[in-house]
Design a binder for this molecule. Structure first.
Ligand code: SAH
Ligand code: SF4
Length: 371
């Protein structure tokens, strides 16, 4: 059985734990899906082909669901062969795809070095939302989270982030596209900042996947220097800040390695991000029985975040094997929600989905590792 990693001494906000691997963006992107338009153009031109071939290739990969060079049917065979010798079209492959009864589908992708990463497709009414990962494991080690159990294995490269979207779109009927993207899977996106930005550039570009920035939400535990930097990026998206507590005593217990970042700092960063970008800002709050979901916690939370114009998203904890915490009762969840609503705090509650395929972040990978 896995047990949570021991918590080291608190460290500064921007670096809760030293990454074990060099940032992915420092390595060359290994799949063509992780390249910018100019980089694809440079490769095509170097092979003696006209520049417009790059646009054709990118349309095939990002819009027309080509997953192999053979699929690029209107490109000269010689160009396809030479490109294939230089760079794989995709660096990842689908290792497992599992359906939950409620329509949620979980993808486990095999990475080139043999590890695995997961993405979850959540269809709801007219939305098709994908949840993507940014790291294998996570260095932050929140005590309730499966992703942090084994620490950080490595950062994902930009192609490995983009390809989660491409593989998920391949699961949809031809006329359907993803409508929303949430960066809420394994890992802390702002501890893999450069790769995140490059992936967003490709996902948002009109020459790339073409997802609008208002359709994307990045979730962070509160890496505040990066929150401020992200606000100034052309690719800035909606933001979710994982708060989980109404005061620092509770937050430090749940996020022992992030003790240096206070609730007041997180809330100030949220308000600043909202003012500077005009994007939606949400506070994520995982509800854990006996830890943070008593009525007085709800009242205190309303005191702190009321009037900011930010929504609170409640997430009843999804059980993780090896973690000795408890999911709250439905009654406790409803009571917490009602207090926030009575206090005028816009509140949503993410009822559990995909339980039978372990849809909480990091769990499917753990299940495969345990085999
Ligand atoms: N590292 C980022 C993004 C990934 S986690 C962050 O922490 O925000 C995305 C969300 O899933 C976070 O709000 C996190 O608290 C929540 N989460 C993680 N494990 C969970 C579990 N077992 N049950 C319910 N929510 C969980
Ligand atoms: Fe990392 Fe987010 Fe999980 Fe915390 S909740 S361990 S920051 S992935």
């Amino acid at each position: 059985m896995r047990t949570p990693a021991p918590a080291p001494a608190p460290s500064p906000a921007a670096a809760p734990a030293a990454p074990a691997a060099p940032p992915a963006a420092d390595r060359p992107a290994r799949g063509l899906a992780g390249l910018h338009r100019d980089e694809v153009e440079a490769r095509v031109v170097a092979l003696g082909q006209p520049r417009y071939r790059a646009q054709q290739i990118l349309a095939w990969v990002h819009r027309r669901r080509a997953r192999t060079y053979e699929g690029l049917s209107d490109l000269p065979a010689g160009l396809r062969r030479r490109l294939a010798a230089e760079v794989p079209l995709l660096a990842t492959t689908v290792k497992a795809a599992q359906d939950a009864g409620d329509g949620t589908r979980k993808l486990l992708l095999a990475l080139p070095d043999g590890d695995a990463v997961e993405a979850v497709l959540i269809p709801e009414a007219d939305r098709r939302t994908l949840c993507v990962s940014t790291q294998v494991g996570c260095p932050v080690g929140c005590i309730f989270c499966a992703s942090g159990l084994g620490g950080l294995v490595r950062n994902l490269a930009p192609d490995e982030i983009v390809e989660q979207v491409l593989h998920a779109e391949s699961l949809l009927p031809p006329a359907e596209k993803l409508t929303n993207l949430v960066v809420m899977g394994m890992g802390e996106p702002f501890l893999n900042y450069a790769a995140l930005i490059r992936a967003l550039e490709i996902l948002e570009a009109d020459w790339g996947v073409g997802l609008g920035s208002n359709r994307i939400t990045v979730s962070t535990v509160g890496v505040l220097d990066k929150v401020a930097r992200f606000a100034a990026e052309p690719v800035a998206t909606n933001l979710a800040l994982s708060l989980h507590a109404p005061n620092d005593v509770v937050r430090r217990r749940l996020l022992p390695r992030f003790a240096a970042v206070t609730i007041a700092q997180v809330i100030a960063a949220a308000a600043d991000y909202r003012t500077r970008t005009g994007k939606d800002v949400t506070f994520e709050y995982v509800l854990l029985a006996g830890e943070n979901c008593a009525p007085e916690h709800a009242e205190e939370l309303a005191d702190r975040v009321g009037g900011l114009g930010c929504k609170v998203n409640l997430i009843p904890w999804n059980g993780v094997s090896g973690i000795d915490l408890k999911t709250p009762t439905e009654r406790d969840v409803r009571r917490f929600e009602e207090i926030l609503e009575r206090r005028g705090v816009p509140t949503t509650c993410r009822r559990r989905r995909g339980d039978d395929i372990a849809a909480a972040c990091g769990q499917l990978r753990l299940r495969h590792l345990d085999r």
